[in-house]
Design a protein around this ligand. Structure first.
Ligand code: ADP
Ligand code: MG
Length: 246
């Protein structure tokens, strides 16, 4: 046992109440340069953060580390004070319930209608059907899809499909929402609608991290902007804008 204790000597990480803390986080895949290289980041409860940067700069790796799909090669990630790398396998599903996640490609169940796609997230955590019947219409109304609950994904526009994905991500009321290029497949109008929806959800108290390439939206929304390059955070600005390369 003594051996294990000795191995576990770790640096104390300042706890300033941040909801998300990355302390000197690096992640290397088997090949290539490190995808993340010594990233320090603190996100407070209730913040709205854009993460921008070239393709390959490590944005999705950061999201996957927060989801605990990956563990850091070195460094520490705390979410709500919990060291994510120390979670046991059986604790991971419960941990992930704190995180809503939205992807560029929606990832809906194609053979299920809107209602079922959203209800599914509640069924897996065994919410009683009676409550699901109340919760799903309420969240669909929030995302502006009240009339569409019987539609299948392919009968919906991209913007509508992303709203379904958002409803599914939010129905269990996670304190954190992660969005990895949520408007990557949408036209400008739908992109704005999704971002405005994210802003509204953030105003309700949800902490939001959004990876995006949409410079117009980033420049106009005046949120915190983190810019990544080759696995490092090269800028982190309150009410920032999209930093032009070249
Ligand atoms: P971004 O989301 O900013 O485009 P990623 O986090 O996906 O960047 O990738 C960062 C770097 O890590 C890139 O060089 C990418 O090629 C590499 N990478 C990502 N995933 C893997 C993987 N599963 N195996 C090996 N290399 C990977
Ligand atoms: Mg990516």
């Amino acid at each position: 046992m003594g051996l294990f204790t000795a191995k576990r000597t770790r640096r104390r990480i300042r706890d300033d109440g941040s909801l998300i803390v990355l302390d000197k986080v690096s992640k290397s895949y088997e090949t290539g340069a490190p995808a993340l290289n010594g990233v320090n980041l603190r996100v407070k409860r209730g913040e709205f953060v854009f993460i921008v940067g070239d393709s390959g700069s490590g944005k999705s790796t950061l999201i996957k580390l927060l989801l605990r799909e990956l563990v850091p090669t070195s460094g520490t990630i705390l979410v709500n004070g919990q060291n994510v790398a120390h979670l046991k396998r059986r604790q991971i599903p419960r941990y992930r319930r704190k995180l809503g996640i939205v992807f560029q490609d929606f990832r809906l169940l194609k053979d299920r209608n809107v209602y079922e796609n959203v209800a599914f997230a509640q069924r897996v955590i065994q919410v009683p059907t009676r409550e699901i019947k109340r919760n799903v219409p309420a969240i669909l109304a929030t995302v502006g899809l009240a009339g569409k609950y019987k539609a299948k994904p392919k009968q919906l526009s991209g913007g509508e499909q992303q709203r379904v994905a958002l409803a599914r991500a939010l129905i269990n009321k996670p304190p954190i929402l992660l969005a990895d290029e949520p408007t990557g497949n949408l036209d400008p109008k739908n992109s704005w609608e999704i971002m405005k929806l994210l802003e509204k959800i953030n105003e309700g108290g949800t902490t939001i991290l959004v990876v995006t390439h949409n410079r117009e939206i980033v420049n106009e929304m005046k949120k915190r902007v983190i810019t990544m390059k080759k696995g490092v955070i090269v800028s982190d600005e309150e009410q920032g804008g999209y930093i032009d390369e070249n």
